[in-house]
Design a protein around this ligand. Structure first.
Ligand SMILES: Cc1cc2nc3c(=O)[nH]c(=O)nc-3n(C[C@H](O)[C@H](O)[C@H](O)COP(=O)(O)OP(=O)(O)OC[C@H]3O[C@@H](n4cnc5c(N)ncnc54)[C@H](O)[C@@H]3O)c2cc1C
Length: 377
């Protein structure tokens, strides 16, 4: 045995699982194909939105609440500024499907929020040019997560607790035996009692066939703009936002670097054949729609993309993650398939994965995330 637990992939979720496992055992080893938070992983592009007011399964709410606590713990433990608590806005057509489903979820979760009319928005957040029938919902607990800092802080915290980290070590195979799980990289072989697969968009090569059929890698792009008056788009004045107004949609974050504002078309993930080599350039159609949307939504931004990039993420056919032991195994735990929405809860997902993989604690209420939901289908 080379250890109790191996974590394969030290990206968004794997780094958090390693950190959490290092609190539970002194025998955890992380393996990363490149380096934690490398520039082509799903964590690329500096920031991710954190919010408690969202549409979708209310079952995420306890994970979000716990994640929020854990982001603060990670900050306290490492001295790093990870979550910029600038609040968040969800903007949409009054009585449109977006806000209706958001209110439905919020009614079920009880998440704290404040509804802002178009007139109130003009006073508090004049950066947004709302349509006549738009309404906003303010989420005081939302903010922007700094991805690179979060991942490197979690790995450092894990190492400080005694975890071992192997970088530039791509794991090529995982085999469960009666005694443990054998993993290989090149000529090297290790055996662990349990393994967590957290290899993001590259996970298909390490997952059983029944799950491959329910997953695909998608490319998601990001774009940034310069403000006419940078102060108006600073985190103190400009919360993270998601807006779905009629035919146009966009999400983004304030100028965390003091210069560039993230403003990106929402929901534009497209299938891509492989996680490596995701096309980084935006197509003409993507550029045109992005610039038109920014021109309408934000008169205070210069409608010219000054930076853009694209990154891979693993999507499942129902857009919910795969968290739990792979069907038929008792030792290989899946922490992947976060479907374009995983970072905000990465700290919570890491805690769940570490505890469940080590057999310390099992979470109720997460059946909708368990890989077995795809077993017979
Ligand atoms: C552009 C974009 C914007 C997004 N916006 C948001 C947002 O605002 N809010 C939000 O909550 N979520 C957002 N998401 C989703 C979120 O970022 C992802 O769901 C999350 O980062 C996925 O994390 P992961 O750990 O699965 O993958 P990754 O972070 O990519 O980590 C996987 C790691 O595994 C390593 N690896 C792969 N194969 C192997 C192997 N065989 N051996 C060893 N290591 C291996 C990789 O090198 C990588 O470091 C966004 C995603 C994208 C792409």
């Amino acid at each position: 045995m080379d250890g109790k637990l191996a974590v394969i992939g030290l990206g968004s979720i794997g780094s958090m699982a390693l950190w959490q496992a290092s609190r539970l055992t002194d025998s955890v080893v992380g393996f990363e194909a490149h380096s934690p938070a490398h520039s082509r992983s799903a964590a690329g592009g500096d920031t991710r939105l954190f919010r408690m007011i969202y549409r979708g399964n209310p079952g995420y709410f306890p994970v979000l609440e716990r994640s929020r606590e854990l982001w603060a713990e990670l900050e306290a433990e490492t001295g790093q500024d990870i979550l910029t608590r600038c609040g968040g806005l969800s903007i949409g057509t009054d009585s449109g499907t977006y806000l209706r489903s958001l209110f439905e979820t919020t009614r079920a979760t009880g998440g704290i929020h404040q509804i802002l009319s178009r007139e109130e928005m003009a006073i508090r957040y004049p950066q947004h040019n709302l349509r006549a029938d738009d309404v906003a919902v303010y989420d005081p607990n939302a903010g922007a997560l700094r991805t690179d800092r979060a991942i490197t802080a979690a790995v450092s915290a894990a190492e400080a607790n005694g975890a071992t980290v192997n970088i530039n070590t791509p794991i090529e195979s995982i085999t469960e035996t009666d005694d443990g799980v054998v993993i290989t990289s090149g000529a090297s072989t290790w055996t662990f009692d349990r393994v967590i697969v957290a290899s993001g968009a590259w996970s298909q090569q390490l997952m059983p066939d029944y799950l491959k059929a329910h997953t695909e890698t998608k490319r998601i792009f990001l774009s940034w703009f310069v403000a006419r008056d940078a102060e108006q788009f600073a985190p103190e004045k400009f919360p993270v936002f998601i807006r779905i107004s009629g035919d146009r949609s966009m999400y983004g974050a304030p100028a965390m670097d003091g210069v560039t504002v993230k403003a990106t078309l929402d929901g534009r993930g497209v299938s891509t054949p492989a996680a490596d080599g995701v096309p980084r350039d935006l197509s003409t159609a993507e550029i045109t729609e992005t610039m038109e949307t920014v021109s309408e939504f934000f008169p205070g931004l210069i409608p010219s993309i000054v930076r853009s990039d694209a990154f891979p993420d693993l999507f499942t056919s129902d857009s919910q993650p795969l968290m739990g032991f792979f069907g038929g195994t008792s030792r290989i735990y899946s922490a992947t398939g976060y479907s374009g929405a995983g970072f905000k809860m990465a700290s919570g997902y890491g805690e769940i994965a570490a505890n469940e993989a080590l057999g310390k604690r099992w979470w109720d209420g997460l059946d909708f995330l368990r890989p077995e939901r795809f077993h017979a289908s």
